[in-house]
Design a protein around this ligand. Structure first.
Ligand code: NDP
Ligand code: 2IT
Length: 449
């Protein structure tokens, strides 16, 4: 089912398997990148000589720590915290924090590994890292979230800094959590250091458009893929999985560009609204009231909720997975293609299994992999860092234009690189190779470090 690996790369992959037992998601992310790199080693024998790939697959530093906290009843709980500082060739480690019960080292490492190449593609000076905890924010009070975030930062603070490592949000970590963590960092260090975290509130160092950036950026990326095929979002029926930060602003921008989103989801079920999703309602339910997507049907009576439903069975032309890893398998991908889907834009990280990716590539539909399509979030984090360094803040339109330009640049880079390496239209090859080369060249320049 998986592609064949180049004979130089197979032993490197075997070594990754042996050194990182049981970390399936990390194995999957590494394999997907290595599958693209065979022709790069032919063009650049110096990378093999300097063992660049072996080095890139080994995180520079992996931090695992205890996070004790007390719930509202006074009960003590112990969670595990992670920060994997994967690669700092291009800049300080940069990447989000994920709070979700499924988190373990293998998930943080897959995300950190992907982040290296994604951040490279943005053209901004940021290295790759990721962190998080197996803490489950669902059903917790604000006070419990605060105490958890404070405890988490009480260990993390010693490892991060504006020139060292700059965390942000991911699943389960948004503006509220960044606030509690920034407050604790400031208190412990006695430094008002805006550049240490991104995704901050607007009146304390945050950037306009950061909240919207991942969703907007993913839609801009798909728009570029459609343009390259002389097509557009106008009149397209779309699916967006999830109903969190990325999903919400993906839906908003699709509607702005003339598409119609008819379904979204959460981990319990799927909402189908044939008249087009009511975004204000979703925002109120999810962002303000923190409720389940099921409640949508209380306010839109014609909409249908399917518990444990499969969103990919709804016929569409554009699908934007924006929830989590491996949410589209080979069968789902076949269903999408059979039902007339012509474009996939991955708002989530690694949402498609290797079998699914193969289906999309074989069908030659426009397939934008996460490390290219969802790079707008981290790119806007880098814009937030720029504003912090200048002690400045830019207006919404200017910041959105910068994001739009960055996404256009990423599309062009992936598109051109795919052609250069003989795989026109294959954004997987384009993103992996273009992202890799910039990091590899920096590592060669630095010598054996
Ligand atoms: P949120 O926490 O805001 O939302 C996550 C959404 O995905 C929720 O609807 C959640 O449902 C659903 N979801 C999460 N885990 C699962 C699961 N295991 N099974 C089914 N559904 C799940 O996170 P974001 O919107 O920030 O992140 C979504 C995706 O986008 C992630 O893959 C993340 O890595 C990626 N991403 C995020 C960026 C950002 O800037 N935030 C940047 C680039 C990528 P429920 O509420 O039921 O758990
Ligand atoms: O996966 C990602 O790129 C993010 N969660 C955003 C990281 C960031 O530093 O803004």
């Amino acid at each position: 089912m998986s592609m064949h690996l180049d004979e130089k790369l197979e032993p490197i992959y075997q070594e990754v398997l042996a050194r990182n037992p049981g970390e399936m998601e990390f194995h999957q992310a590494v394999r997907e990148v290595l599958e693209s790199l065979g022709p790069v080693l032919v063009k650049h024998p110096e990378y093999a000589h300097h063992k660049i790939i072996e080095r890139i697959c080994e995180p520079e530093r992996q931090i695992i720590f205890r996070v004790p906290w007390q719930d509202d009843k006074g009960q003590v709980h112990i969670n595990r915290g992670f920060r994997v500082e994967f690669n700092s060739a291009l800049g300080p480690y940069k990447g989000g924090l994920r709070f979700h019960p499924s988190v373990y080292l293998g998930i943080i490492k897959f995300l950190g590994f992907e982040q290296i190449f994604k951040n490279s593609l943005t053209g901004m000076p940021i290295g790759g890292g990721k962190g998080g905890s197996d803490f489950d924010p669902k059903g917790k009070s604000d006070d419990e979230i605060m105490r958890f975030c404070q405890s988490f930062m009480t260990e993390l603070y010693r490892h991060i800094g504006e020139h060292t490592d700059v965390p942000a949000g991911d699943i389960g970590v948004g503006g509220r959590e960044i606030g509690y963590m920034f407050g604790q960092y400031k208190r412990i260090t006695n430094r008002w250091e805006a550049g240490v975290l991104t995704g901050k509130g607007l009146n304390w160092g945050g950037s306009l458009v950061r909240t919207e950036a991942t969703g907007y950026g993913s839609v801009f990326f798909v728009d570029e893929m459609l343009k390259a095929r002389k097509d557009s979002f106008e009149g397209k029926t779309c699916l967006v999985s999830g109903s969190g930060n990325v999903a919400i602003y993906t839906i908003e921008k699709i509607h702005e560009l003339g598409g119609k989103c008819i379904a979204c989801s959460d981990s319990n079920g799927v909402i189908y609204d044939e008249k087009g999703l009511d975004l204000n309602l979703i925002q109120r339910l999810k962002e303000v009231e923190r409720r389940r997507i099921k409640d949508y049907t209380q306010y839109r009576k014609h909409a249908v909720y399917k518990e444990a439903g499969n969103i990919w069975e709804v016929p569409c032309q554009v699908a934007m997975p924006s929830a989590t890893q491996n949410e589209i398998n080979g069968k789902d991908a076949k269903t999408l293609v059979k039902n007339g889907c012509i474009a996939i834009g991955e708002g989530a990280n690694m949402p498609t299994t290797p079998e699914g990716v193969k289906v999309f590539l074989d069908a030659q539909i426009a397939y934008g992999p996460g490390k290219a399509a969802n790079a707008g979030g981290v790119a806007t984090s880098a814009l937030e860092m720029q504003q912090n360094a200048q002690r400045d803040s830019w207006d919404f339109d200017y910041t959105e234009q910068r994001l739009r330009k960055i996404m256009k640049g990423i599309h062009e880079l992936c598109y051109d690189t795919a052609i250069e390496y003989g795989c026109p239209g294959n954004y997987v090859v384009g993103a992996n190779i273009a992202g890799f080369i910039k990091v590899a060249d920096a590592m060669v320049a630095f010598g054996v470090v």
